[in-house]
Design a protein around this ligand. Structure first.
Ligand SMILES: Cc1cc2nc3c(=O)[nH]c(=O)nc-3n(C[C@H](O)[C@H](O)[C@H](O)COP(=O)(O)OP(=O)(O)OC[C@H]3O[C@@H](n4cnc5c(N)ncnc54)[C@H](O)[C@@H]3O)c2cc1C
Length: 378
């Protein structure tokens, strides 16, 4: 049972799921402290994120207005000869740098006087009937009523809940990204283009005319291979449109990291500990839904803790609400990764039909998901 009176949650991880959980808990009348391993937030780290409409709605429930980054209303699928294969339009997503999103979430936690402690790396956890105690690598300890593992894809909390829990798996693709100037490639700034050619490439013309691009390259052993990635990408894409121009007009390339998927995590909670975000469900980056699903789970966890005083029941209800949805989206993204060359010739041929039938429909359904914050969880 949650303790009578004031309830205190220890939130491990100050990325996206952590601050959103803390903000939603505050709205639910539950106090929390966020512990982040690094000395500051990851400002300036990482590239761009697309937050889907469902994620924007979840963030809004935590108090973050969808006015960050730039709006994106359309997705166009094309081949490497410039032919359009499919198009999806819907409610706007927002493209934002990781730094801006973290900064906005940080401002909100500061405004709400939620304590965020930096430089606190969780090492271990002990539980008993009176509470849960987190021990950090600097030797300090903190006790609360519930401990929430929002500590990302390599979660320590997940390993404490279940030492046999699976680890993320590399899918054989290395992500890259950069910006091209004066490339002669243009597009509508409210459209993200996905090109399936020699390999996958996505691009987006920013309002200032610079084209941001990102792609995946099949790389067997990313930790052992290095070299001039820009040269390797130019070689891999050959005469593909518009990859050739974009790569020719980019002076550097940034390795965005290996694409990983998290196998299904069997245990999302134990005793007074529970997982939220990538620690429980990290779909491959190709889903474009990781941050959005993390925000949704944070909101649903806060609702369950608000409405169900018995911890095991609250955690079980939370898992029931979340697991089917997140695993369906993860499975679809894994399927996208399975063709490392981007898309087979038959799929390419059938793309317009695929998009018209289940592709666009499933995509839109995922994006239309909304949480009713006021509804009581039973
Ligand atoms: C290349 C790439 C592109 C992506 N693009 C998109 C996209 O376009 N759209 C999208 O929705 N998603 C995208 N994602 C996925 C998205 O980044 C994640 O799903 C999202 O960040 C998950 O949020 P989180 O808070 O659960 O985890 P994280 O953002 O990883 O945050 C976890 C936090 O916990 C901290 N931490 C870790 N261990 C400890 C510890 N022991 N103690 C204390 N703190 C700890 C970390 O320092 C970190 O700050 C992408 C991912 C990658 C790799």
């Amino acid at each position: 049972m949650l303790r009578e009176g004031t309830v205190k949650a220890l939130v491990i991880g100050g990325g996206i799921a952590g601050p959103v959980t803390a903000l939603a808990l505050r709205k639910a009348g539950i106090e929390s402290v966020v512990f982040e391993a690094y000395d500051t937030t990851a400002d300036g780290v990482g590239g761009m994120l697309t937050v889907a409409p469902n994620g924007l709605a979840a963030l809004q429930l935590a108090g973050l207005e969808p006015d960050f980054g730039e709006p994106l209303r359309h997705m166009v699928m094309a081949d490497a000869k410039g032919r359009t294969l499919g198009r999806i339009s819907g409610d706007p997503s927002r493209v934002v740098t990781r730094a801006e999103l973290y900064q906005r979430l940080r401002e909100l936690t500061v405004a709400q006087q939620i304590k965020v402690e930096y430089g606190k790396r969780l090492a271990d956890v002990t539980n008993d009937e009176n509470g849960v105690t987190a021990t950090f690598s600097d030797g300090s300890k903190e006790t609360g009523d519930v401990l929430i593992g929002a500590d990302g894809i390599r979660s320590r909390v997940r390993a404490i809940i279940d030492p046999q829990a699976p680890q993320p798996e590399y899918v054989g693709l290395l992500g890259f990204g950069s910006y091209a100037e004066n490339s002669g490639v243009h597009g509508d700034p409210e459209t993200m283009y996905f090109v399936f050619g020699s390999s996958f490439l996505g691009y987006w013309e920013q309002p200032d005319g610079t084209v941001a691009w990102f792609n995946n390259l099949a790389v067997e052993h990313p930790d052992q291979e290095s070299g001039n990635w820009l040269e390797r990408l130019r070689e891999a894409y050959g005469d593909d449109l518009p990859a050739k121009q974009l790569l020719a007009h980019s002076s550097e390339v940034v390795a965005a990291g290996p694409l990983e998927i998290m196998p299904s995590v069997p245990h999302w909670y134990r005793d007074r500990m529970v997982l939220v975000g990538d620690s429980a469900h990290a779909p491959s980056a190709s889903s474009g839904q990781g941050a959005s699903l993390a925000a949704e789970s944070a909101i649903q966890l806060a609702r369950c803790l608000r409405d169900i005083p018995d911890l095991p029941t609250a955690f079980a209800t939370y898992e029931q609400l979340r697991r089917p949805r997140v695993e369906r989206i993860a499975a679809r993204a894994a399927k996208t990764n399975s063709d490392k060359r981007g898309m087979g010739p038959l799929t390419r041929l059938l793309m317009p039909l695929v998009m018209k039938t289940f592709g666009a429909k499933a995509f839109t359904k995922d994006q239309n998901y909304r949480i009713d914050w006021d509804a009581k969880v039973s």
